[in-house]
Design a protein around this ligand. Structure first.
Ligand code: SF4
Ligand code: SF4
Length: 103
């Protein structure tokens, strides 16, 4: 299983990943109140790499990483967000990504 996590050295706690994940009804991002009141990703709910929505909205480079490889997913690598099979996810959003998908 491939998973993602927030790098708190780079995350600005802007909430965009939480809002985007709520918007598509998955709700994998949550605010962990203790010990530091910061956003985290529930790997049991997150469907990455099938879903990549939060990666398209996150404004802080490097703040979401692929745990198994350590690579940064912000900005999202082209092979992830250009995948035509993910068009249904982009279309399900009522607000548009900061980086529009390119063909
Ligand atoms: S969208 Fe990016 S910068 Fe904002 S809270 Fe989520 S991981 Fe942090
Ligand atoms: S990849 Fe999708 S399911 Fe996982 S945290 Fe981001 S928006 Fe939620």
């Amino acid at each position: 299983m491939t998973t993602i996590a927030i790098d708190h050295e780079k995350c600005t706690e802007c909430r965009m990943c939480l809002i985007a994940c709520e918007e598509i009804g998955i709700n994998a991002v949550y605010l962990e109140l203790e010990p530091r009141h910061r956003h985290e990703i529930d790997v049991h709910k997150c469907t990455y790499p099938t879903c990549v929505v939060c990666l398209m909205y996150c404004p802080a480079p490097g703040s979401i990483i692929e745990v198994e490889t350590g690579r940064s997913l912000v900005p999202p690598p082209p092979e992830l967000w250009r995948d035509r099979e993910k068009k249904w996810l982009r279309d399900s959003l009522t607000f548009k990504p900061r980086r529009p998908a390119q063909s």
